[in-house]
Design a protein around this ligand. Structure first.
Ligand code: 13P
Length: 249
């Protein structure tokens, strides 16, 4: 039985005071939850979140990481730095990173390796654009994105990772994938891993992300291959985020 995970991706939102209130709300409610909970604030707030989450069951994650260990890479942050600030997870290959910052499948795979070397659990984000879905290419795109990591690191790497299916057309749009649409892709992701290792596939947590709200979370999380959610907008509102966590209970 896979333990569900609900992770909040704050994206480029937050401020010290606002974060304090949000984290206090979440930590106060989290201990009674059956699912695992994580928050992924922007880099400058990792230290704040690390101390706010100390002693709580809420895990910390980052939103990206450099593929390099150290060196002359102005503006970048390494995986070992994230580990030092208490990060358990790191999001990789988010569609905003792929689309706005030119992260290719190959770069995402190198970042995945760097994250695992530092002891972080990658949350590998996969997703098709609207055009790719409408042209019938959803499964091809997802398979290609996943293969980049499997080909580089082998299936064993997926034993210490999480996958998030985030259709690009559902992110921040208020249009969510239907539970059946999401389940179909999640099952395909698990099947692709199962061809290589059935045990790893069975244990792999596959989150859904894209306009998850308290109103649609129960039905989405009720699908057999949906193991929780990666939450954007609703992760910034404590009540909504906690309702979504409850839906995963
Ligand atoms: P929204 O929940 O705002 O659609 O964002 C989803 C997302 O991109 C999480 O990583």
């Amino acid at each position: 039985m896979r333990k569900k995970l609900v992770a909040g991706n704050w994206k480029m939102h937050g401020a010290l005071q606002q974060n304090t209130a949000l984290l206090a709300h979440i930590t106060a409610a989290a201990s009674g939850m059956a699912c695992e909970i994580a928050v992924c604030p922007p880099y400058p707030y990792l230290a704040q979140a690390q101390s706010a989450l100390a002693g709580s069951v809420v895990a910390l994650g980052a939103q990206s990481v450099s593929e390099h260990a150290c060196g002359a890479f102005t503006g970048e942050v390494s995986a070992s730095m994230l580990a030092e600030f208490g990060c358990r997870y790191v999001l990789l290959g988010h569609s905003e990173r792929r689309g706005l910052f030119g992260e290719t499948d190959a770069i995402v795979a190198v970042k995945f390796e760097a994250a695992q070397k530092a002891g972080l659990l990658p949350v590998l984000c996969l997703g098709e654009t609207l055009g790719e879905r409408e042209s019938g290419n959803t499964m091809r795109v997802i398979a290609r994105q996943l293969s980049a990591v499997l080909d580089r690191l082998g299936v064993a790497a997926m034993a210490s990772a999480v996958v998030a299916y985030e259709p690009v057309w559902a992110i921040g749009t208020g249009v969510t994938a239907s539970p059946a649409q999401a389940q179909e892709v999640h099952a395909a992701i698990r099947a692709q891993v199962a061809v290589l290792d059935a045990g790893v596939a069975e244990g792999l947590r596959i989150l859904y992300g894209g306009s998850v709200k308290p109103q649609n979370a129960v039905e989405l999380f009720g699908q057999s291959d949906i193991d929780g959610g990666l939450i954007g907008g609703a992760a910034l509102v404590a009540d909504d985020f906690l309702k979504i966590c409850l839906a995963a209970n």
